[in-house]
Design a protein. Structure first.
Ligand code: PD2
Ligand code: ZN
Length: 301
């Protein structure tokens, strides 16, 4: 039975007392990993440690750090790229709304794997229109990254038209960039220029990952400007009549394109285990306008 031989807290102390975390002894580390491998769920593990005299916050910290360290060791042995810090909204208390300085943004959905959050009201209808109006005269056939060279190319998987606003290009671009930075706690400087895409009926963007594939020869060139992409925020600038949602095949889900709403997803390593495969479903009727913000590990210049 996986719960036997509970770990002692080392020294006895009332469970309610906050204190700095004691070092995780090799025996405790072994016990935590064995329990996790026996599929004991985290809350049960935490309870076992509390029953043995551990304060909840200290037990939680010991559990998290031990499992994180163990998993990163396992990942490395399997040849997986290391995990890096990623942008993340503050959702610990499951707030209905988040203040982004000049606006309240609604939280609609939060998913752990893929790490994904759907927001409403990131932009007003007027701000969406202003972005479309500024982008419209600058649209050209969308390019995708040429993975072999690190350059760009026309690709049949992407039948939209698009353009890029350099960072801070217009007032509404600056407003959106500042909101995103506050929303996911990531510096404006780590963002690529804002991309606006237009999909007429029939246009789509076939499923893909947004990170740069480490096995492709063009990737080192792409990484010179700010490192890997670590998160994407797609903002819907209008509401297509039918079709045009963003699909996440590994999560068996589709986010509906609704004007002013946004879907955020992050990928802590450039690997399919993040389950961030996603695509733009074909627009069936009406049209679709979207703004994409890709966030890098470091400053993007
Ligand atoms: O337009 C979309 O829904 C979409 C889907 C997948 C956009 C992107 N990817 C992108 O811009 O990366
Ligand atoms: Zn994408």
């Amino acid at each position: 039975m996986a719960h036997r031989n509970r770990p002692s807290a080392g020294r006895s102390r009332p469970a309610s007392t906050r204190s700095t975390a004691p070092a995780v002894t090799p025996a405790l580390r072994e016990w935590i990993i064995a329990q996790a491998q026996a599929n004991v769920a985290a809350p049960a593990l935490l309870q076992s440690m509390q029953d043995a005299g551990w304060a909840e916050d200290v037990a939680m910290e010991a559990l998290e750090s031990t499992l994180r360290e163990h998993l990163s060791g396992v990942a490395e042995q399997q040849g997986l790229p290391p995990v890096v810090p990623v942008p993340e909204p503050t959702l610990q208390t499951s707030p209905a709304r988040i203040n982004v300085g000049d606006r309240q943004v609604d939280v609609l959905v939060s998913l752990a794997l893929p790490r994904l959050v759907v927001f409403a009201n990131l932009l007003s209808a007027e701000e969406c229109e202003a972005l479309i109006d500024a982008a419209r005269p600058r649209m050209a056939r969308s390019l995708t990254v040429a993975t072999r060279t690190g350059g760009e190319e026309v690709n049949g998987d992407r039948t939209s038209r698009g353009m890029f606003f350099p960072r801070g290009d217009t007032a509404v671009v600056r407003t959106l960039e500042a909101r995103i930075a506050k929303l996911v706690h990531w510096p404006v400087e780590n963002g690529e220029g804002l991309q606006v895409l237009h999909y007429p009926p029939g246009a789509e963007y076939k499923p893909h990952y947004d990170y740069f594939d480490p096995t492709e020869p063009g990737t080192p060139t792409l990484l010179r400007r700010g490192g890997q992409r670590v998160a994407t925020l797609l903002v819907y600038l209008n509401t297509p009549t039918e079709g045009g949602g963003t699909t996440f095949p590994h999560a068996h889900m589709e986010v509906a394109a609704q004007r002013g709403n946004a879907v955020f997803f992050s990928y802590e390593r450039p690997h399919p285990d993040t389950r961030t495969l996603h695509g733009g479903a074909p627009v069936l009727s009406g049209e679709k306008w979207i703004a994409t913000k890709w966030l890098r590990e470091r400053e993007f210049n």
